[in-house]
Design a protein around this ligand. Structure first.
Ligand SMILES: [Mg+2]
Length: 155
């Protein structure tokens, strides 16, 4: 008989983020499936244990101090479960919030920064991403002010 521990030693665990990885980022709504996500989750769960690990299922707000309303986390778990079941991904589990970091061999997350043994590389990537975020904010600000200006001059 094979125990769950033995399963994990022979079959890898894949820890997969939900928002921005499986579905479009649409907090607090659940976004649409991202292209390739369903078939990839199906493949991963055929290869190993596949779990969804999401902040949605946490008992606390993002400030890590404020408790979310009673039942909020359970409702999120149920919501993800429903989306997985709708597409037949019954083997993909939603990881419980109280178990800490999952013992996965692979973490798949749109916010991940890969560590390859070089912290300079990590910080370089973060700096590049932060610059991209700053530029996006600047472009938005510029476009909005251009929009306001063009509306003003079109009167
Ligand atoms: Mg994400």
């Amino acid at each position: 008989m094979t125990s769950k521990a033995t399963d994990l030693s022979t079959r890898p665990m894949f820890c997969v983020d939900w928002d921005g990885t499986c579905v479009e980022e649409a907090w607090p709504e659940n976004g649409e499936w991202l292209p390739g996500a369903v078939s990839s989750l199906r493949y991963l769960s055929s290869v190993g244990k596949t779990i969804i690990y999401s902040l949605r299922c946490h008992l606390y707000e993002h400030d890590e101090v404020t408790l979310r309303p009673p039942g909020a986390a359970a409702a999120e778990v149920a919501g993800i479960r429903e989306r997985l079941d709708e597409v037949g991904l019954h083997d993909v589990e939603v990881y419980p919030h109280d178990r800490g970091k999952p013992p996965a061999l692979y973490y798949i997350d749109d916010r991940a920064v890969r560590f390859r043994g070089d912290w300079v590389e990590v910080l370089d990537e973060i700096r590049a991403r932060e610059l991209t975020r700053d530029m996006a904010a600047l472009r938005k600000e510029r476009d909005e002010s251009t929009h306001v200006r063009s509306e003003y001059f079109s009167r």
